[in-house]
Design a protein around this ligand. Structure first.
Ligand code: GLV
Length: 325
């Protein structure tokens, strides 16, 4: 606690949506990294000292070293993200530090972005816009700027949690022929959209569109590797809105360069930001977005409020609205 008798919360960047920050201010003393960019590691280690709560984002690595730097008074780490691969969950559990995250409230936004990326990639929107702007649009042409449609296609979804399901519901409205999914366990929600559980190999070999929506855990690290891309149809479109770590990126680059698959739409990469000299930026058959899956105004505001509510609940030893168990 600070000298005012209030809990101290460290906020790792200055541009967190204010609605959450205002909630916290009413009850806590806030220290905020002064820049609208990730707090550099050494600064972060210094600034978290004595904090009872940390409001962080997916760019902050919350590991043993950071927890040590915060000290024994730390009760809660709350991330403004649904993904939590940046947090050493076991280490937090061991120390009795509770973890807050933001499931559900970003599901629609992320599913919307996934569909936007899917359609932009298949129908080549950035390439087409570039042609229109730079004189490539000479006349309407029957085979120019064509790409595969979703109607009649088989769509494979890897990871059938909240976001995978929301993607499936949206995809279905495009009159797809079949939706298949790969997930650790069968999901009853699949029935609603007629999605069928298959093996990972079946996803690869049968899908016209392969969409990665799974969490990054040891079992999903680089599941999209050279072998996986080679099993996909040569006409397949690959979309990733989960984490860059699910993909062996060099293998993907090779698959795109050699037309082993048709195209890829990526909202996530390794590393982030993706260096400007990455071959991915040079490929016409690849769209790279800067990790904006949840970036609807509404979702980001709600995520910030939920992050604040998670912190307040943990500091008051009550039920957190979204605690990672
Ligand atoms: O990637 C975004 C999130 O995990 O919320």
């Amino acid at each position: 606690m600070s000298s005012s008798g209030k809990y101290q919360v460290y906020v790792t960047r200055s541009d967190m949506p204010q609605c959450g920050i205002e909630l916290l201010k009413k009850q806590c003393d806030l220290k905020v990294w002064e820049q609208a960019s990730p707090c550099p590691r050494q600064e972060l280690l210094k600034h978290v000292a004595g904090a009872n709560g940390i409001y962080c984002s997916l760019t902050d690595k919350i590991d043993k070293e950071l927890l040590d730097a915060a000290g024994a008074g730390l009760k809660v780490v709350a991330t403004i993200s649904v993904g939590h691969d940046h947090i050493d969950v076991q280490e937090c559990k061991k120390r009795g530090i509770r973890i807050g995250y933001t499931p559900d409230v970003l599901t629609d936004a992320t599913a919307e972005l996934t569909l936007a990326l899917l359609l932009s990639t298949s129908r080549r929107l950035p390439e087409a816009q570039n042609e229109a702007r730079t004189g490539g649009w000479v006349s309407w042409a029957p085979t120019w700027m064509t790409g595969p449609g979703l109607a009649g296609a088989t769509v494979g979804i890897v990871g059938f949690g909240r976001i995978g399901q929301a993607v499936a519901r949206r995809v279905k409205s495009f009159n797809t022929a079949k939706i298949i999914y790969f997930n650790r366990s069968a999901r009853p929600e699949a029935e609603e959209v007629g999605a069928i559980k298959v093996t990972f190999d079946e996803i690869l070999t049968q899908s016209d569109f392969v969409i990665c929506c799974c969490a990054l855990v040891p079992e999903t690290k680089e599941i999209f590797n050279k072998t996986a891309f080679e099993k996909m149809k040569r006409t397949a479109i690959f979309v990733n809105t989960s984490r860059g770590g699910t993909v062996d990126q060099d293998a993907l680059i090779e698959a795109l360069q050699n037309n082993t698959i048709r195209a890829a739409g990526l909202d996530v990469t390794t590393p982030e930001p993706l260096p400007l000299d990455s071959p991915l930026f040079k490929l016409k058959n690849c769209i790279v977005l800067p990790h904006i899956g949840s970036a609807s105004i509404e979702a980001r505001n709600t995520m910030s409020e939920l992050t604040a509510q998670n912190i307040l609940a943990a500091l008051n030893d009550t039920k957190m609205p979204a605690e990672l168990k």
